[in-house]
Design a protein around this ligand. Structure first.
Ligand code: SF4
Length: 284
């Protein structure tokens, strides 16, 4: 039976993007191809907050005990190998059973499933068909993959999603790809992070939108240039600007400015509701 290394599995409100406000199960897989150490830093600098946390790793027995960071990737423990022991490898059956336990009515009602990371479209693509075909997952109607948009779908998984997303007479389903492509404020290189051919192919398997994290006018200009590159390849989806800020002190510094930038450029604004509502604590 397939297994997935799970960093977190929790029930909350989706705070970002198209499904903002929708009750959602979050399945956070372990592993990422990026580090995004530039978030919240001056240009060219990298966050070292996680280094200090890693020095104290033995103090933390569970994920929820880990400190939050105000710079770099706010879900660092979902990919940094130093924290890998906090993320168990579970069978898809055990994951499906755990999801049933955390749903309020122990069955799917109007909840949505978010498969996030880390980068959820790394090797775990081979295990999702088993998970989504589990008997307790059959009434699930909507899934979002929160991806950085660099990982191609395998032909097998693309076919699976196309079939999964077909409307049935008694059930209408939809697959969404929320693509948070990384701009240079993340610290990643555009040549590695902007993959329009990959993102355009997602359109063959579901609804796709871009959710670009920005803080300044310069970031917004870079976002517009990136959007042009995606459009030239055939991307037709919506574009959201979302403020930098995994902690409230950083988020409140730039959320209004980013909303104004989104309006100025005729783009959508995505909040990060989990920050004002829940302080972005683990499990929210
Ligand atoms: S792509 Fe996402 S999960 Fe991976 S390092 Fe960047 S912000 Fe973190």
């Amino acid at each position: 039976m397939s297994k997935i290394k799970i960093a977190e599995l929790f029930y909350s409100i989706q705070g970002e993007g198209r499904y903002m406000g929708v009750p959602s199960v979050f399945l956070r897989t372990f592993g990422c191809n990026f580090k995004c150490a530039g978030f919240g830093m001056n240009k060219g600098e990298s966050s070292v907050e996680v280094e200090a946390i890693a020095q104290r790793i033995t103090e933390f027995k569970t994920y929820n005990e880990l400190p939050l960071v105000s710079t770099g990737c706010d879900s660092y423990a979902s990919w940094d190998p130093r924290f890998k022991d906090l993320s168990p490898m579970l069978t898809t059956s055990a994951i499906a059973e755990r999801i049933m336990e955390i749903l309020p009515y122990k069955r799917w009602e109007d909840e949505h499933l978010v498969i996030t990371g880390g980068e959820p479209l790394l090797g775990w693509q081979r295990a999702y068909p088993d998970l989504l075909s589990h008997p307790s997952m059959l009434k699930l109607k909507e899934i979002t993959f929160e991806t950085n948009g660099t990982q191609k779908l395998t032909p097998e998984f693309k076919t699976f999603l196309q079939e999964w997303g077909q409307n049935l007479p008694f059930l209408s389903r939809e697959v969404t790809f929320s693509v948070s492509a990384k701009l240079s404020c993340s610290g990643e290189q555009p040549s590695e992070a902007i993959k329009p051919d990959v993102v355009c192919e997602y359109q063959e398997a579901g609804h796709v939108y871009l959710k670009l994290v920005v803080a300044t006018e310069d970031d917004a200009e870079e976002a517009l240039e990136a959007v042009d590159i995606y459009r030239a390849e055939g991307f037709t989806g919506n574009v959201y600007l979302m403020p930098v800020g995994g902690v409230e002190s950083v988020y409140t510094l730039n959320n209004r400015r980013v909303a104004e930038l989104a309006m100025k450029h005729g783009l959508r604004y995505s909040d990060r509701l989990q920050v004002p509502l829940f302080k972005n604590e683990w499990g929210t």
